[in-house]
Design a protein around this ligand. Structure first.
Ligand SMILES: Nc1ncnc2c1ncn2[C@@H]1O[C@H](COP(=O)(O)OP(=O)(O)OP(=O)(O)O)[C@@H](O)[C@H]1O
Length: 708
């Protein structure tokens, strides 16, 4: 018996007439007609304890309908025994050759092992041979026993539902159920009668019911509640959108199934749904989920499903079964008809959830439709605004508002970046009723975000564009001479700009030449400095070891002698000049030190190319735009890390499309990193021979490039 059996749904024989055939005789005392129970004012039927009353099972009230399958334990045991015997003979007869030639000789064992996947065996097949039932029991409810089966035609698993007794005149309903196709409704594939059974094949759900999930999760969070609710409501929108609407009539968390892997939620147990032609008078359902009008003889509409959805939402949001405080269906009925809401409603904290539930549990005429609830702020998914197209100047844009998960059509519209504003366009769309007003703020914000994300046209671009527009607009109306002179002036402008570009280019070449000179002078200075240091060291050593050297410390002596040495004095002056001329000085000593020490940290191969290039640009005194341009060019060549850069061959470097300066800066920086045992100066150059890869700022004074 499924967990739901504790809260079985019950149908009340409001006509008072008994419609039960002999099958029911053995378990009559497991239920009591509602009228009887209520009249006795909470008294249970003499032979029924309150608990067994909770175990009441379905009684279909329509006079002409045969009684449903019942499930008192003894009855069920009997039925199962019979079934097993039938299964065994079915096995022996036809199953072996239907599905892989499996041996079926140990049927009883197989049935005992019916829950084990290893023991999955075919036990019977449909008359048309399309479906084969396995011995894997998926679950039992008050009406149905459900097994796993295989659709041999499509090659996927399905659920094989059996009902011991069912109305024989279901052809019409079956046709309708087969035509119901929606991602949030369990698909109904086929149905037939065999022996005493009504069998129907439905989509197989792998992760149990919503109710079991709620128990597992203890309390689903808001995000899950929203996701589940949306899916249930979408299924209801579909059912209620049928003409005439299909009323499910037994929406409850036990009848909503989950495919855990994708969080898919589907409404199941469509067996109780019926086409609604005006008002119906059938009373069937689960007391806790039944709207007050279902208890009355006035008929009801698809809004009973909305009431039941409200109860599901209550259960999802509180983790409690609605009217859990009641001990039997009669108490539930009393509360429902007196307008007393379930106790757990008071524990709802979220005002939006509360307002939806209160509306669902309110009077039928004011209950929202499934579609309207979907659009409630708690459940509505805010629409996306996407940029579909933009011209090169980013003035003429095509945007689209996409309503995710809603059945609303997306809205596509043109936007002129020069003449339109997001506020005004959104207002127009609301006035024209293409957009619901509640999205005004959100969509305005989204459009503005897109405008911000687009590179704004620069002033010259705007001017050129304006000229172009004027040209296009006015060409027809203006005299030819005027057009000619405008053309002439544009040509002159173009020449001027081209000339300017050339000048800048040649200046760049000049700067490059300067940079090259500076670099070679710098190397020269380095060489001199090294020589000086070496000589200095040797002289110091010699002074220390010479006993004849008289006065003061040998070091002081040497220091005093040094200025007289031509070679030793010139390089620092040269270096100082170099440092002044070189365009890669940093603004403040601390900034330089920081950069230097940062650069000195070895760039690992997986260093992001952006980090590396930004450092390189700073070291070479290039601004952020330049760095961005270099980064883009590198990334266009799929160079994402320093490692990628290191892997480049010489010919690859040429293909990046960077200027000679940029290439050299990057290469130097890269090589610099690789030179072990070198020091770097504040200008980003390296000094060999100091032994360790420490920042110049922390190197001994003699190793510093800056003059004393
Ligand atoms: N499509 C399915 N896929 C997988 N398991 C299913 C499917 N349908 C039903 N089951 C399993 O079978 C059990 C019984 O099904 P269900 O509850 O729908 O039967 P029922 O007789 O209609 O019961 P009730 O009316 O009391 O809800 C379920 O609890 C579930 O475990």
């Amino acid at each position: 018996m499924s967990e739901s059996s504790q809260h079985q749904h019950v149908s009340f024989d409001i006509s008072g007439g008994s419609t039960h055939d002999d099958e029911l005789n053995g378990y009559r005392n497991y239920y009591a007609p509602l009228s009887q129970t209520i009249n006795s004012d909470h008294q249970t039927s003499p032979s029924t304890s309150p608990d067994s009353e909770r175990d009441i099972h379905h009684v279909i009230s329509q006079p002409q309908q045969p009684p449903p399958l019942q499930s008192s334990s003894s009855y069920y045991a009997q039925q199962q025994q019979q079934q097993q015997q039938q299964q065994q003979s079915a096995l022996n007869k036809n199953a072996v050759d239907q599905y892989g030639g499996l041996s079926m000789s140990h049927t009883n064992e197989i049935i005992d092992q019916s829950k084990s996947h290893d023991a999955e065996q075919v036990v019977e097949s449909s008359e048309n041979k399309r479906y084969v039932r396995l011995n894997t029991l998926l679950g039992k409810g008050a009406y149905k026993i459900v097994y796993k089966a295989i659709d041999r035609e499509e090659g996927y698993e399905v659920a094989w539902n059996t009902m011991q007794s069912a109305p024989k005149d279901l052809e019409h309903e079956i046709d309708i159920l087969k035509s119901v196709r929606h991602p949030n409704i369990i698909a109904f594939h086929d149905a037939w009668y065999q022996k005493n059974e009504f069998v129907f094949i439905t989509e197989l759900m792998t992760s149990g019911t919503l109710r079991e999930y709620i128990r597992k999760l203890s309390l689903p969070n808001n995000k899950i509640v929203k996701r589940w609710s949306r899916q249930i409501l979408k299924g209801l929108v579909y059912l209620h959108g049928y003409n005439p609407p299909i009323i499910h009539r037994d929406i409850k968390c036990d009848n909503i199934f989950i495919n855990g892997a994708h969080g898919e939620v589907k409404i199941g147990d469509m067996g109780t749904a019926e086409m609604k032609m005006g008002k119906k008078y059938t009373i069937i359902g689960t007391p806790e989920f039944m709207a007050p009008e279902m208890y009355e003889e006035q008929g009801y509409s698809e809004k009973v499903d909305i009431y039941a959805f409200g109860m599901c939402l209550l259960e999802m949001a509180t983790g409690e079964y609605p009217y859990g405080e009641c001990r039997n269906p009669a108490q539930v009925y009393k509360k429902v008809s007196a307008g007393v809401k379930p106790a757990c409603l008071t524990t709802i904290q979220n005002p939006e959830v509360l307002s939806i539930i209160e509306n669902c549990l309110g009077p039928e005429e004011s209950r929202l439709s499934a579609q309207e609830i979907l659009e409630h702020t708690f459940l509505a998914v805010e629409p996306d605004v996407v940029l579909l197209a933009a011209d090169p100047t980013h003035v003429h844009l095509t945007l689209q508002v996409v309503f995710k998960g809603l059945d609303k059509l997306s809205v596509k519209f043109d936007f002129n970046g020069e003449t339109d504003t997001a506020e005004q366009v959104v207002r127009e769309m609301i006035e024209e009723q293409v957009l619901p007003e509640r999205y005004q703020h959100h969509i305005t914000k989204e459009i503005n975000r897109i405008l911000r994300d687009l590179d704004k046209p620069t002033e010259p671009e705007k001017e050129a564009h304006a000229r172009h527009s004027i040209w296009r607009r006015d060409t027809d109306a203006r005299p030819e001479s005027e057009v000619q002179s405008e053309l002439e002036s544009v040509r002159m402008e173009l020449d001027r700009v081209t000339e300017h570009a050339r000048e800048i280019e040649s200046k760049c070449d000049g700067f490059e030449g300067l940079a090259r000179n500076a670099e070679s002078r710098y190397r020269e200075a380095m060489r001199n400095l090294r020589e000086l240091q070496e000589r200095h060291k040797i002289e110091l050593e010699a002074a220390k070891s010479s006993p004849t050297t008289g006065h003061g410390s040998p070091f002081e002596d040497q220091q005093q002698q040094m200025p007289t040495n031509n070679i030793s004095t010139s390089p620092p002056i040269e270096v100082e000049k170099l440092e002044r001329d070189t365009p890669i000085e940093m603004n403040s000593p601390s900034a330089r030190d920081a950069l230097v020490s940062h650069i000195l940290e070895e760039y690992s191969d997986d260093t992001d190319i952006e980090v590396f290039v930004q450092d390189c640009a700073r070291a070479s005194h290039r601004n952020a735009d330049k760095a961005h341009e270099w980064i883009k060019k590198l990334q266009n060549q799929d160079i994402m890390t320093v490692g990628d850069l290191r892997d480049l061959h010489d010919e690859d470097w040429a293909g990046i499309g960077l200027t000679v300066f940029a290439l050299r800066a990057l290469k130097n920086m890269l090589k610099g990193k690789k030179l072990a045992g070198q020091n770097i100066t504040t200008s980003g150059a390296y000094i060999s021979g100091t032994g360790t890869n420490t920042p110049a700022s922390s190197a001994p004074p003699s190793a510093r490039l800056t003059p004393p």
